[in-house]
Design a protein around this ligand. Structure first.
Ligand code: IVH
Length: 687
């Protein structure tokens, strides 16, 4: 080997090591140390070196995640060990019965029971996959299929950056099992982007993840925000542990994305409490879970318990209360949405779903309606999760529907709210009402959205409708002109209710800038984009001055969405509206938005690093901000505290160099006011 070659080989190895490290920090730990631009610079340097020295190219190089040609079809592969399924426990009794059964079974085998310990893990609602590593290299990734034979989807799984292509210190054979999913925030972004581009949106993250993995062209999988949670191993040769939790620790330590919130319990009561705690937190997570998996920790006991049918006796899934029910779709009604789109709603035969009677559900949009092929008279599945609007998921049995059942309802030719003939702009897929300023339906939806986004308490749909029809307001900006006198002139408004409403409208002026931006209801600026735009531009003025290409720099903003947003922000009408709101004193700058200048952390700047044992990053940020503090990305002389969790990385070293005070989670919590149920930041719920 020439010296030049030797130097190139060394640099290639160093770049790969660095890129793997930063990839892990970003995609697995969610705690990047370098900017995207710095990462790209390293990747480009590696690409150039590999191009100049093709002999150095290897399949596990970070440059080789996407690149394979589209396939004609997927090969079938036999799993090294069958991929089983889980029995379900629907409540505490069933879970306790399972524990008793397991103990009795073990006793009959002559096993001394001693202390049986249990592990609890979130049951991720995604797509089960198997990853096979030989001598530390990812050689095969497959779907579950029928449990014995799955499909070889290696090309697509390689594009998932949370999946290591190479594992240092791995045994000769290692099969890792996990669940591929799309984070909810990324899913929302994907749909916002698609809606802005006039493309049909996806129905749910689970099917989108599964569909993405089954694409023959790996470029498609690469373009979807897929991730993975790993939860165990299959076939292994050359490494052994006594317990399941040790395996999970090993996987985590070797670069796999494994939940840090795995519980280890000595009693069944502890297990039940852990399951209930997950159920309670369920709506605040950034991924969907449909239950909790409870596993016997001791692997020897698991083996002795064996398998019955396709289900191991040593594990069970605690399933959450069903959020779906079946009922009849009586009729599809069309409304107009706040951006003029025709929106279908389902009138249902009333049905109980998770404790509430549901009569009306959303069918999202016309594309979704067509894709689901829902007809009036169909039996349909309805879902209601958390406090979001119930939705129709699909018909139960299309094949059995009567032949004379009409076609999928078409959007109306005239706007149901204002009678204006509807149009399909640019031959697109959406039918809209073009009467943007004069359509009472659009105005109503816009005010309703504004009230929800700004969290104006005590202003329900009925009153919004009334204020509009009685001419008290014509747009949401008019809300800020309401006075007690004007309200008490209306039937049904007394002094007290009127002054309460005026007060909560007044209080909404304190909402942070990103909510003001979201509340404007601009096409393409949903909650997630509003946050990202506010983070990037910090103020309305900077946002209004931004060019279309400045906008595409913002995470989640594609070109088409950037164009729509830019066009709308440039319109005279939008600008006038913004100026009016500014005049009323609404916040037009992100900084200073969060802190009440009081609060125990007022004036303090904190940096978060590593994984905290209990709080997610969003929760920690929100609570620090609520206590008056500011969270920034990197440690500097201006940093007051570094809050460090596990695997803290270079920010920790920097803090030590600068002598910055370091807190752990308990230290942080001690500085924060008590909060009964910390909620991760989520878009305000619709009313
Ligand atoms: S353990 C014996 N752990 O649930 C099966 N499965 O109904 C071993 N799943 O096909 C599975 N999260 O796709 C296990 N933490 C978790 C899981 C999990 C989701 C899925 C998995 C499996 C299905 C079983």
């Amino acid at each position: 080997m020439s010296t030049a070659q030797g130097i190139a080989a060394e640099r290639v190895a160093e770049l790969r090591r660095q890129l793997d490290y930063h990839n892990h920090r970003y995609y697995v730990l969610d705690d990047p140390e370098i900017s995207d631009a710095e990462y790209d610079a390293l990747l480009n340097e590696l690409r150039d070196l590999e191009a100049g020295h093709p002999e150095l190219l290897t399949a596990d190089s970070p440059t080789q995640r996407v690149g394979a040609e589209p396939l004609d079809k997927f090969e079938q592969v036999r799993h090294l060990q069958p991929m089983l399924s889980l029995a379900n426990a629907r409540n505490e009794e069933e879970l306790k019965a399972w524990v008793l059964r397991s103990e009795r079974y073990l006793a009959r085998q002559g096993v001394e029971l001693g202390d049986v310990r249990f592990v609890t893990e979130p049951k991720i609602d995604g797509l089960a996959i198997s990853l096979v590593y030989q001598n530390g290299l990812l050689v095969r990734g497959a779907t579950r299929g029928n449990g014995e034979i799955g499909e070889d989807v290696t090309q697509n799984l390689r594009t998932i950056r949370a999946i290591p292509l190479r594992v240092e210190g791995a045994p000769p054979l290692l099969e890792v099992r996990g669940e591929v999913y799309i984070p909810l925030s990324a899913f929302a972004r994907l749909n916002e982007e698609r809606a802005a581009a006039g493309e049909p949106t996806y129905a749910n993250p689970r099917n989108t993840a599964a569909g993405s993995i089954r694409q023959l062209d790996p470029q498609l999988a690469a373009s979807r925000p897929l991730s993975i949670w790993c939860y165990g191993v299959g076939a292994v040769d050359g490494l052994e542990f006594d317990t399941h939790h040790e395996w999970l620790d090993w996987l985590r330590d070797h670069g796999f994305k494994v939940s840090r919130e795995v519980g280890l319990h000595d009693t069944v009561d502890e297990v039940v409490a852990a399951c209930k705690a997950w159920e309670e937190r369920r709506d605040r997570l950034d991924f969907e879970i449909d239950g909790v998996v409870v596993k016997v920790d001791d692997l020897d006991l698991q083996r002795q318990l064996g398998v019955v049918g396709r289900e191991p006796r040593g594990a069970i899934a605690w399933k959450f209360a069903p959020t779906t029910a079946t009922t009849t779709l009586k009729q599809v009604l069309w409304n107009v949405g706040r951006t003029g789109h025709m929106v279908p709603a389902a009138v249902l035969e009333p049905v109980q779903v998770s404790g509430v009677t549901v009569k009306l559900a959303t069918l999202h949009n016309e594309q979704d309606l067509r894709r689901k092929d829902v007809r009036e008279g169909d039996e349909v599945i309805v879902m209601r999760a958390g406090d979001v609007i119930p939705q129709v998921i699909s018909p139960t049995a299309k094949a059995q529907r009567a032949k004379d059942r009409g076609p999928v309802p078409e959007p109306p030719e005239r706007c149901p709210a204002c009678g204006t003939p509807t149009i399909k702009p640019d031959d697109g897929v959406w039918t809209i009402c073009p009467n943007r300023t004069g359509c009472p339906g659009q105005v109503f939806q816009a005010v309703k959205h504004f009230v929800g986004a700004m969290d104006i308490d005590g202003l329900g749909e009925e009153n919004v409708r009334r204020f509009l029809s009685e001419g008290l307001i014509e747009s949401f900006a008019d809300l800020y002109d309401l006075t007690v006198d004007r309200l008490t002139a209306l039937d049904g408004f007394g002094e007290v209710s009127a002054s309460n409403l005026v007060r909560s409208i007044e209080e909404s002026k304190r909402q942070p800038f990103h909510l003001v931006l979201y509340a404007l209801g601009i096409k393409g600026i949903g909650f997630v984009n509003a946050r990202n735009l506010a983070r990037r531009f910090r103020s309305m003025d900077a946002l209004l001055a931004a060019s279309e290409s400045d906008l595409t720099d913002v995470e989640g903003m594609g070109e088409i969405m950037a164009r729509t947003v830019h066009e709308t922000l440039s319109e005279e009408r939008t600008r006038a509206l913004i100026e009016r709101l500014r005049g009323y004193g609404l916040r037009m700058e992100e900084e200073g938005a969060a802190p009440p200048a009081e609060g125990p952390l007022a004036g303090k700047t904190l940096v978060l690093t590593g994984t905290l044992p209990n709080l997610t990053r969003e929760e920690a940020t929100r609570r620090i901000e609520a206590a008056g503090g500011k969270v920034t990305a990197s440690v500097s002389k201006r940093t007051d505290y570094l809050v460090a969790g596990e695997d803290p990385g270079s920010k920790y070293t920097k803090a030590q160099e600068l002598g910055t005070e370091v807190l752990d989670e308990d230290g942080l919590l001690a500085m924060l006011p008590d909060e009964a149920a910390p909620a991760a930041e989520a878009p305000p719920r619709r009313r």
